[in-house]
Each structure stands twice: as C-alpha cells, then as structure tokens.
Design a protein around this ligand. Sequence first.
Ligand code: HEC
Length: 276
Amino acid sequence: MKKTLMSALAIGVTLIATSPAVLAVDPEKDRQNFVEFFKAKSPNIAFEDYKDGGYVYSADKRAQWEAVEEFPPYLDSIDAGQALYEKDKAVYEKCFGKDPSNVRQHYPYFDEKTKQVVTLEWAINLCRTEAGLEPFKYKKGDIANLSAYFGYQSRGEKVAVKIESDAAREAYNKGRDLFIKPVGQLGLSCAKCHAYNAGRYARADLLSPALGHTTHFPVFRAKWQELGTLHRRYGGCHQNMRAEPFKAQSEEYRNLEFFQAYTSNGLEINAPGYRQ
Ligand code: HEC
C-alpha cells in the first residue's frame, strides 16, 4: 500500500517537475517506476500478463474473452490484410524487407533523421505514397487490416522500443505529458483512468492498465463491429474526456504511442486483439 502511494506520488510529482523542462525525465527510470506502480497495485499479476489489457483484472471476463479468441471475429481482417500485402508486395518488401514477421516489432521507432516518431501505420502510408500509391485512411479499414496482418505475423515477439537521443527523449516526454496532464471539460487525464483507477469500473467498463496498451492493436471491438487502430481508440477516449481529439497519426498521438509502447517494453506482441 505504501509503495503504491509512493509510486503514485512519484508519477504526480514528476509531472509538475518536468512540464517546463522536457528532458528532465529519464525514460528508463520512468518506465521502471511505471512497471513498479502496477506491480505494487496488483502484486499477484505477473508482468507478462499485462499484454491482455483489462482482462488481467477479472477471471470471468477473461474466460469470456478467451472463448471469443478461439474463433475471433478478426480472422477475415487478417486475411484481407494479407491480400493487401500480396497485392503490392514488391512495394512493401522495399520498405519493410522480405519477411513480414520481422516488421511490427520494430515499430514505433524514433527516426533520428526526421526527428519524428514513426508508427507502423505511418510507415505503411509513407511507403505507399513514395511508391505513388494512394495512402490509406488512418482509423479503420485497409490500414487496420494490413497492420493486423503484420501484428499477427509478429505474435510472440516482444515490444522493444529504443530511446537513444535527446530528441527521442523529448518525444517520449511529450507523449508522457499528454498521458498525465488533465485535459477537457471533465479535468481527466489518461493516467487517472488507466493508471490510478485501472482495475476499477467506470460504469460497466473495467478500466484497463496502461501497461501493455499497445501490444494488441489494432483491435476488433464488439462496439465497432470491426477493427480499429490505436489512434482511433485514443480519439474515442479524448472524446469521452470531453477534450478535443487529435488526428490519427498526428505528432501528438505518435508521441503518445511512443510513450505507451516504451513503457510496455518487454511485453509480448499479441495483435490483433478482441475487445468488448
Ligand atoms: C474516464 C476514464 C478514461 C480516460 C480518462 C481515458 N480512458 Fe481510455 N478507456 C476507458 C475505457 C472505459 C476503456 C474501455 C475499457 C478498457 O479497455 O479500459 C478505454 C480503453 C482504452 C484503450 C484500449 C485498451 C484495450 O486493451 O483495448 C486505450 C489504448 C486507451 N483507453 C487509452 C487511453 C488514453 C491514451 C487516454 C488519454 C488520452 C485515455 N485512454 C483516457 C476510459 C478512459
């Protein structure tokens, strides 16, 4: 209990301390604090289980979810993703190499040349436009299917995001700020729901832990009845917070993904996933 409180305070305190000076937080120490925070909150949950999102908190919901995952509704989407891949295979091979199971685990990464976070979806569209193909829309449909195909090929690989420069640290800190600072008419932060209150219910919804948030995206949501990307979800949560969402693949959401993926380092990729 004491540890939980101290770690919680650590997150809160560094928030205030780091806002003006973005380089003040050391990402690796920050990541360890983050993992520690969840460990102190739920000592019986094994680190590797955080890839399963909110289902770590409820045996009942986990059992229902595991039943759905036996014949998951996203299988057609993976096939559709594979068909897209095959259709423009030469283009994708030029950008991503010849092995589609060696792609997803390298994203997101910080591109030291352009000083930008490159997510998988962003890279797919860069690749397409450079080859003279139309870019995909970012929240659902083709982009989600192709991303699901790459994710599925990389199941079992681990999240391994690197931060090796001040510019990359700055991107991490910007993503972190977006996660921690209260925004919108309700004065909520991502951390409030997905760190401090993770495992509790918000109406009928069991709040998932932020640790592991990126491992299983894109996700087939029962509510959407289709696959959607991580940034579609970010937009939905910002809307629920009565805050103005950023665009999918905006610099803000790419930085947020960078922060979320870095803090999930070491967890297995298990994309795509099914969620209620
Ligand atoms: C008022 C509480 C609340 C806030 C604040 C909130 N969310 Fe959520 N979020 C939810 C609920 C409820 C769900 C659906 C249940 C779940 O998976 O947590 C959800 C789901 C998610 C998911 C999908 C998790 C999964 O495993 O499929 C992600 C990712 C996410 N939120 C990220 C964020 C981010 C980033 C922010 C800040 C921009 C944020 N959320 C703010 C309530 C919130």
